[in-house]
Design a protein around this ligand. Structure first.
Ligand SMILES: [Mn+2]
Length: 430
């Protein structure tokens, strides 16, 4: 791991919150992710399942966390199963968690090697009535691969048909959406690394630079600051590429006079940041580009103010749609008739702004959060309006990450990342 060790009190608190939400005499099991094969003996870099990480801090494959708060023996209340390590394994595969090290990272006292998982589970299930299984119910998830978690659930249901079943996911969605201070600090750290990357490219971009050269500058800056890299596949989209919302080829030259839309950000310690900026290749926006830019910025600033405790995600989006509509009228992109005749299910503004304004952000870039429940303090949301105009050869999106406060406007974790058009121009020409 490149990141500094996280204070295990975070994971101890997270487990306490989770077990407090469990029914009496129940067990919950969480699996790590697999290491995915490419072909031959190649593999993709390991990415930990965020739930076991959230509850334990274990950032290693072939790990299982078991929680049983009402266990008859204290040693079975929290059990971590890890792949066995020894001096020989350490030479070939590098350092894995020993039992001592696992306690330091997680605060869990009972650590059992993975080969004894089935035997230990059998004992535990005889004491328990209910099992919490961890299905993925994220509103944007589409999964073709059978994860280690899914394999476990299938196996468990076959082998323990007499137990009651409960879902971990709604508990985790609720808990993970409201961040502890330690988590806010980690997300802020990721935002600060993103800032360094963005400032670096302001000094780098010039006509005829390619999108992939910019990508290389960013990854360089991220990794040298202890990030594993991009929090999500980066979008570096010059000219009309910005109007392809999920453009990730990043293989084109940036032409003088065009804009470049960046949706790029660093991760740190498995926490995401999520940023969008749009800058002029030549270091100066045209009048028209600046007018649209400032309209997007005003929508972002107005939308941010609506993210307060008690607000609802769906209604928030309706309000942002109204703000965007008035800006699009001002820019001459819509006229009054377009708005009067609009389809309420697909309002006129969606022609230029077709995606959502905000999502939860945290351990996952599109983080957990129950969207039908009211917003709460210490939730982290992105705010990311955009205006996309293929006919004019550019698209603009501006995105910051903000923390909802108990009182008043949200705290902007990206307030130090240049966003005013004038500041961007002066930094590019400095
Ligand atoms: Mn986003």
């Amino acid at each position: 791991m490149k990141y500094h060790q996280i204070d295990r009190n975070l994971f101890i608190k997270n487990r306490a919150k989770f077990t407090a939400a469990m029914k009496p005499n129940s067990v919950a099991v969480f699996n790590s992710n697999d290491i995915y094969p490419v072909s031959a003996d190649s593999t993709l870099p390991f990415a930990q399942h965020r739930d076991i990480f959230y509850l334990s801090g274990v950032d290693q494959e072939e790990s299982i966390l078991l929680l049983f708060p009402d266990a008859p023996y204290e040693s079975l209340r929290e059990v971590l199963f890890l792949k066995e390590t020894n001096d020989h394994i350490a030479v070939w595969e590098g350092e894995k968690l020993t039992k001592e090290r696992a306690f330091e990272v997680t605060g869990i006292k009972t650590v059992i090697w993975l080969q004894d998982f089935h035997k230990t589970l059998k004992e535990i299930m005889t004491y328990a009535d209910t099992m919490y299984i961890n299905t993925n119910e994220h509103y944007r998830a589409t999964i073709e691969t059978e994860t280690r978690e899914a394999r476990f659930i299938k196996w468990w249901k076959e082998n323990y048909p007499a137990h009651k079943v409960e879902k971990s996911n709604p508990i985790l969605q609720r808990l993970r959406s409201v961040k502890e201070q330690e988590e806010l600090d980690l997300i802020q750290h990721a935002c600060n690394i993103t800032e360094k990357g963005f400032r670096r490219i302001l000094n780098f971009v010039r006509p005829d630079v390619t999108e992939y050269e910019i990508e290389a500058e960013l990854i360089h800056e991220f990794i040298r600051n202890r990030s594993k890299g991009f929090a999500y596949t980066p979008i570096i989209a010059s000219g009309n590429n910005a109007n392809v919302l999920h453009y990730i080829e990043n293989n084109q030259p940036c032409k003088a006079g065009d804009l470049i839309l960046f949706d790029v950000a660093a991760e740190y310690a498995n926490y995401s940041s999520d940023m969008s900026r749009t800058i002029p290749v030549s270091g100066k926006y045209t009048e028209r580009q600046k007018a649209v830019y400032n309209a997007v910025l005003r929508v972002k600033n107005e939308a941010t103010k609506l993210l307060v405790p008690g607000a609802f995600w769906k209604e928030y989006h309706v309000e942002v749609g109204k703000i965007m509509t008035s800006e699009l009228l001002g820019l001459g992109l819509l006229d009054k008739a377009d708005v009067q005749n609009e389809n309420p299910d697909w309002p006129a503004y969606k022609k230029y702004f077709m995606h959502g304004t905000s999502h939860h952000m945290g351990l996952d870039t599109h983080d957990y959060g129950l969207l039908y429940e009211p917003m709460k303090a210490n939730m982290v949301f992105t705010v990311e309006p955009g205006i996309y105009i293929p006919a004019e050869g550019f698209g603009i999106r501006l995105e910051d990450d903000v923390v909802i406060q108990e009182n008043g406007a949200p705290f902007n974790m990206m307030a130090n990342i240049p966003i005013e058009a004038d500041e961007i121009e002066s930094l590019m020409n400095g």
